[in-house]
Design a protein around this ligand. Structure first.
Ligand code: GRF
Length: 201
């Protein structure tokens, strides 16, 4: 399966996928890495791995629609089977989502704590267990059909940074496992139900 991975930051999820794809048995390879900003570690990780990169910044376009269609056009060029939004901090257009099976990782157990501050919101709420979710992106914010989840315990002395780091360790393992299974076995999405291994792949 061909992947396009979208990033906005440090790209540790991307790195986990790069490392997994080094084994041909994993079943996926990264055709390109895209970002919505320059000079981020995620792009540097792709460059070090010899993966083509592209950047489309909203501020370079007169309208958000112009940016949306530029992102769609450049991603289309790489003919991905799956787009992985791994810490990509922009919402994608409906047209984009209609064209590409797009997965996103979120650092909370959806539908709890959607949005930009999953670890902080979990801590403030006082939950004892949070985690990470991989889901198929739909029109909402962190609302799409769930592909995989992993629980993570909240420790007494956690702050946002320590909790997010623990979540990210589990998140990376979940992402690599689920993307590999989808790449090898296919995926079907039936309304809110996602099944890995039931489509032709
Ligand atoms: C991940 O926890 C992701 O779910 C969240 O931001 C973090 C990105 O980390 N939205 P990285 O860029 O993959 O290191």
């Amino acid at each position: 399966a061909r992947l396009v991975v979208l990033v906005s930051g440090s790209g540790t999820n991307l790195q986990a996928l790069i490392d997994a794809c080094a084994d041909p048995a994993y079943g996926a390879r990264i055709a390109a890495v895209g970002a919505d900003r320059e000079d981020i570690e995620g792009l540097a990780r792709a460059e070090r791995a010899g993966i083509p990169t592209f950047v489309r910044q909203v501020s370079d376009f007169e309208t958000r629609e112009g940016w949306d269609s530029a992102v769609t056009t450049v991603v289309e060029r790489f003919e991905p089977d799956i787009v992985v939004s791994a810490g990509f901090m922009k919402l994608l257009s409906q047209d984009f989502l209609d064209r590409f099976l797009t997965l996103n990782t979120h650092p909370a157990l959806c539908p709890s704590f959607p949005g930009m501050h999953g670890p902080r919101d979990a801590l403030e709420h006082g939950v004892k267990v949070t985690g990470a979710t991989l889901f198929v992106v739909d029109a909402g914010v962190d609302t799409g059909p769930i592909v995989a989840q992993v629980p993570v315990a909240v420790e007494e002395d956690d702050d946002v940074a320590s909790l997010h780091e623990r979540i990210k360790t589990a998140e990376r393992a979940m992402l690599v496992d689920a993307v590999g299974r989808i790449a090898r076995e296919g995926v079907s999405v039936d309304g809110r139900k996602v099944r890995i291994g039931t489509s032709a792949g």
